[in-house]
Ligand binder design. Structure first.
Ligand code: HEM
Length: 409
């Protein structure tokens, strides 16, 4: 592929894999132009990403370490402004990052997550029972009926979000990853989710429960005023969004890949390959988070052969990293659960590695085999390549996944 420097990111996310390949043609670390004409760096090489993710000289705090932002050159009309204005661990650095991460990370350790197993399994089974009521041959959207409600119920149960508020509370996170929005829509979304979250927190202060929001409020009282209200609602926003969106994408992507390759599905169902292998390979070849903003080097940092100057914004191209031919050879883009090396960085690595990985893996372990066991005739209702992409360059998912659960009538 011919280099075209710098590559202009497609805000519609029409094909995140083709985009990653085009960016790679400029090198594993290269400049890209973001919507809004903001120049940034993209890392799509596996080795280079591993190096950058482990390097503590990358901050995530735009206020302190993004030169253009701190100088007032990034306007409110920048389409990704929501990613810079958030106030939580993903926009923090050093001791602030550790402080904000510690608040919630302890709730998602392997041990704490294992203790949730029966509850998470019950959510999956309830949804599958509901799907079993669908008349034979009817086409449904598996994303709307299973892949979204499953992780969103789990995370909303954990944070004690009342059923009637859930759709509205989750909407902010959905829109935050939609890179097709106009600046006005972005501003409206930020305003709305702030109002929703502040209202929710006020309700929870009045009526505490046995949930993680109540624990956060208790932590705020105990920590002598260090955790601000803005950080508190920013953290809630982050956890509800990350608890839902990438898990939903992983379920949708795994189902789409398997339904498009019946021979691989048959091997998984017969036990010839394990579901764990299928899940790892889906994470590699269809990373749920495609291209994640932002990091900022706090000094000039050499990554691979390229020096990224201090204060420039950097995106990590997880979708491209999983398919890096330097790491995975000429078949890197092929879904093959039996390949020996399925290494990926789809949960990140190092200081900022995903705190929800154990929960996401438990959810996958409970959802994917159960779905295919309950509906052995599950099939795509449209041609595989007619399934539309999600409409974002930040995430890698599908707009919807039309399927038939049982044979045609
Ligand atoms: C398949 C599902 C998931 C994938 C692929 C995923 C992926 C990621 C990635 C790529 C990062 C960024 C790492 C970085 O910037 O270096 C991240 C961070 C994070 N994830 Fe996940 N995630 C998933 C599920 C979850 C779940 C279920 C939760 C919550 C319960 C969660 C909570 C977080 C949080 C709070 C961070 C920020 C960590 C930090 O900045 O220190 N994620 N995740």
């Amino acid at each position: 592929m011919e280099p075209t420097c710098p590559y202009h990111i497609d805000r519609t996310g029409a094909d995140v894999h083709a985009e990653a390949a085009r960016i790679r043609a400029n090198g594993p670390v290269s400049q890209v132009v973001l919507p809004g004409d903001v120049l940034a760096w993209s890392i799509v090489g596996y080795d280079e990403a591993l190096q950058a993710l482990a390097d503590s000289r990358f901050s995530k705090d735009p206020r302190k370490h993004w030169t253009a932002f701190a100088n007032g050159e990034i306007g409110q009309d920048f389409p990704l402004i929501g990613w810079a204005l958030m106030d939580n661990m993903t926009t923090a650095y050093g001791p602030d990052h550790s402080r904000l991460r510690r608040l919630t990370a302890k709730a998602f350790t392997m041990r704490r997550v294992e203790a949730m197993r029966s509850k998470v399994e019950a959510v999956a089974q309830t949804l599958l029972d509901e799907l079993a009521q669908v008349p034979a041959g009817e086409v449904i959207d598996l994303k709307a009926r299973f892949a979204h409600p499953f992780p969103s119920r789990v995370i909303c149960d954990l944070f004690g979000v009342p059923a009637h508020q859930r759709a509205a509370m989750l909407r902010g996170g959905e829109l935050n990853v939609d890179t097709t929005l106009t600046p006005e829509e972005v501003a409206e979304n930020i305003e709305q989710w702030h109002t929703m979250m502040h209202g929710f927190v006020a309700d929870k202060r009045r009526s505490p429960g046995d949930d993680l929001t109540t624990d956060l409020l208790a932590a705020q009282e105990e920590d002598g005023g260090r955790l601000s209200d803005s950080e508190l609602v920013g953290t809630l926003f982050l956890l509800l969004a990350t608890g839902t969106e990438p898990v939903m994408n992983l379920i949708v992507n795994a189902a789409h890949v398997l339904l498009s390759q019946p021979e691989q599905l048959a091997r998984a169902r017969s036990g010839a390959v394990s579901w764990a292998q299928v899940i790892e390979e889906t994470l590699r070849v269809e990373a749920p988070v495609a291209h994640l903003p932002f990091r900022f080097p706090v000094e000039d940092v050499k990554v691979g052969d390229t020096v990224i100057p201090k204060g420039d914004p950097v995106l990590i191209g997880f979708a491209g990293i999983g398919r890096d031919p330097v790491k995975h050879g000429p078949t890197a883009a092929r879904f093959d659960p039996e390949r020996a090396d399925k290494s990926h960085l789809s949960f990140g690595h190092g200081l900022y590695r995903c705190i929800g990985a154990p929960l996401a893996m438990l959810e996958m372990e409970l959802a994917l085999p159960a779905l295919f066991e309950r509906f052995p005739d599950l099939e795509l209702a449209v041609a595989s390549d007619a399934v539309e992409p999600q409409g974002t360059f930040i995430m890698n998912g599908r707009k919807e996944l039309p399927v038939r659960l049982t044979g045609r009538r």
